[in-house]
Design a protein around this ligand. Sequence first.
Ligand SMILES: C[S@@+](CC[C@H](N)C(=O)[O-])C[C@H]1O[C@@H](n2cnc3c(N)ncnc32)[C@H](O)[C@@H]1O
Length: 248
Amino acid sequence: MEKKYWEKIAPNYETEIFDVLKNDISGKIVKSILSFANKKKSVIDIGCAVGKWMPVLSPNFGKVQAIDISAKNLKIAAQKYKDLQNINYQRVDMSASKVPAVKYDAAICINAILTAHLNKRNLFFKHMASFIKKGGDLVLVVPSLESKLFSHIVANKYNVDNAKKDKAPTGKRAIEQIRYIKDGVTDIDDVPTKHFLKEELTLLLEMEGFKVLEIEKIKYDWTTEFHKPPTWLKNPKPWDWLVVAKKK
Ligand SMILES: C[S@@+](CC[C@H](N)C(=O)[O-])C[C@H]1O[C@@H](n2cnc3c(N)ncnc32)[C@H](O)[C@@H]1O
């Protein structure tokens, strides 16, 4: 999931990319953001894409910095939310060796740490920490590896969406998939995407100087995983991880 991919997706972003804000019917993410929001504070939205979170951030913080690797996404966001005056849009690659040395009171990063490459993720986490002031807050949402494996297990056991007819990969692709899954990387719409374990997130964030306050599930409908989920399939539902953390 690199710059080229995100630039290509940008014009069709609304139909191609899962909308976390819309699908979080529990409202837990918004509630977590509002728990520390303040008009005197600044906030950075890391991987803001087309700006879905701007209507949540702009009225509740003094200044909003919206960054993304995709110039096209930023242009769409700036156009869509041109009436929101306290937002500054900037193209920043969180996996570059350097990012601007600026600190904010808070940060949100919603399903943006997705790259399959460990070195790029390491830089992403490091830069994310560097953007937050001591005592500042972070709301992070990432795909859950537990949820992804659970969905696969359910699909295979109960033949959901004819899963039993899926051909197992062979040759180079099979070797690649084994190597990837050991690192928590598995496909979303045929794109290798990093998924995280709860324990992994705790360790990663502690190592980057955060105190993890909460790790919770953001639960979604089964239609987000399957074309035709069986009517009996209710709970547990698939989920992303929501992490609320404080910079030490
Ligand atoms: C799935 S979208 C999520 C967008 C948004 N946070 C939301 O919840 O609607 C992921 C976004 O992360 C951005 N992104 C991916 N890698 C990035 C990087 N290295 N630096 C900055 N942004 C990145 C992509 O361009 C894309 O807009």
